[in-house]
Design a protein around this ligand. Structure first.
Ligand code: BTN
Length: 127
């Protein structure tokens, strides 16, 4: 009974940094975490950029990164079969109370732009 109650409280946020979780930021972009290696923390997945004012919108790009407890970092090289934006973004942040809070840097040529993204869990679609 005790374990059940604790588990219920822990699930109240409905999310954590786990494989097969999907996260959406305030720009409508989506991070899908596909795998997390339990030994190394290495993360793989994909990222669909939907942010207005940027290139490489609307198709999935490979994600590589790390998870360490509630800490997370990942990078995207913006090149896939559809488009090459000749740029790389890295996000660094932490998971807390159902939200991944991040800061990011985007490098293109000799320009580095930065900003902040907040991601919340996207409910898994019912089959
Ligand atoms: C580019 O325009 O060179 C590639 C796309 C960059 C999209 C950026 S990455 C940081 C910010 N957060 C998003 O979800 N999209 C933008």
């Amino acid at each position: 009974l005790v374990f059940f109650c604790v588990s219920s409280v822990a699930m109240a946020d409905g999310a954590s940094l786990t494989a097969l979780s999907v996260w959406e930021n305030q720009r409508g972009s989506k991070l899908t975490i596909e795998t997390i290696d339990p030994t190394t923390g290495v993360l793989t997945g994909n990222y669909i950029n939907n942010a207005a004012g940027y290139g490489c919108i609307g198709s999935p790009y490979r994600v590589v990164g790390y998870v360490y407890g509630n800490l997370i970092g990942w990078s995207v090289r913006w090149s896939n079969a559809h488009e090459d934006c000749q740029s790389i973004t890295s996000w660094t942040g932490y998971y807390q109370n159902g939200t991944i809070t991040t800061q990011w840097e985007l490098v293109y040529g000799t320009q580095i732009n930065d900003g902040a993204d907040m991601f919340t869990s996207v409910a898994k679609r019912e089959l």
